[in-house]
Ligand binder design. Structure first.
Ligand SMILES: Nc1ncnc2c1ncn2[C@@H]1O[C@H](COP(=O)(O)OP(=O)(O)OP(=O)(O)O)[C@@H](O)[C@H]1O
Ligand SMILES: Nc1ccn([C@H]2C[C@H](O)[C@@H](COP(=O)(O)O)O2)c(=O)n1
Length: 244
């Protein structure tokens, strides 16, 4: 893999030149926002795999499914009529023609999504979908930044560059609290804890995203601001591309 990054003619890269970047990490580490910025700078597509689990959760609830009914949720996963735009500056997601970009970020979805994401039949289906999407996006745009919890280890263990994006629990809680409640005072932090710490505890029963697997580079953003985090990831990508 010999991709020239920051190449304005990204979409004309040959298969050998395409760059696939896999990024995992815990909730609030900055995966989505940093990955979108990195994909934008690299002029490649973006895949938010968490949005896929969220969309499935939304669809199951919309249809009145009991999320603890593993078989019914697995069938829903296979049938999910999902369409995603992979433009990092305008990611969009529809289910059966309904735009769900905002709905899938609601607290009710954040609190329910782990029940779906820990369903092993759903994970097997999502893995296949995500592998296909990574190939399609890379072909269409010259590369892809795909982020989630198991991209570096299960979905794309052969990615050109694999990164674990992490941050201390305090930093992650404060970031999410400011985003959701506009503040990181004590009561806001407490209200955010369920969505960050408790969700990670549930999700970590099926994926390993707290310790980097062999060959995965850890980028700790606890003491970095947003732009520094983007630059740190780009540095790893550039080093990985040169080494590859
Ligand atoms: N290095 C950083 N410094 C400060 N804020 C950051 C940094 N990185 C991300 N953020 C902010 O933290 C919040 C959480 O980031 P983001 O949604 O990208 O995290 P995530 O890892 O994708 O979380 P989740 O997995 O729960 O969706 C956002 O408001 C984002 O702008
Ligand atoms: N590859 C992935 C991506 C996401 N999940 C789970 C973890 C979360 O509970 C949920 C939503 O993810 P988020 O949008 O918060 O990043 O999906 C997973 O298990 N594997």
């Amino acid at each position: 893999m010999t991709a020239v990054i920051d190449d304005p003619a990204a979409a004309s890269r040959t298969a050998d030149e395409q760059v696939v970047v896999a990024i995992d990490g815990p909730s609030g580490s900055g995966k989505s926002s940093v990955s979108r910025a990195v994909a934008t700078r690299l002029e490649v597509g973006y895949l938010d795999t968490g949005a896929m689990y969220r969309a499935l959760t939304w669809w199951c609830l919309e249809r009145g499914l009991d999320l603890s009914d593993q078989d019914a949720v697995a069938v829903a996963s296979r049938e999910l009529p999902l369409v995603m735009s992979h433009d990092p500056q305008a990611p969009a997601i529809t289910v059966d023609g309904t735009a769900v970009d905002l709905a899938i970020r609601e607290t009710r979805i954040s609190e329910a999504v782990s029940a779906v994401a820990t369903n092993l039949a759903v994970r097997a289906d999502m893995k296949q979908r995500q592998r296909v999407l990574i190939g399609e996006i890379a072909s269409a745009t010259g590369g892809v930044v795909a982020e989630g919890r198991d991209i570096t280890t299960v979905v794309a263990p052969d990615a050109d560059v694999r990164i674990l994006l992490t941050a201390s629990e305090a930093a992650r809680l404060a970031r999410r609290s400011k985003e959701l409640h506009g503040s990181d005072d004590d009561s806001s932090l407490e209200r955010t804890r369920e969505q960050v710490v408790a969700r990670d505890a549930k999700d970590s029963t099926v994926s390993q995203f707290s310790v980097a697997a062999d060959g995965v580079v850890t980028v700790d953003t606890s003491d970095l601001d947003f732009e520094q985090s983007v630059q740190a990831v780009l540095d790893v990508v550039r080093a990985g591309v040169r080494a590859g």
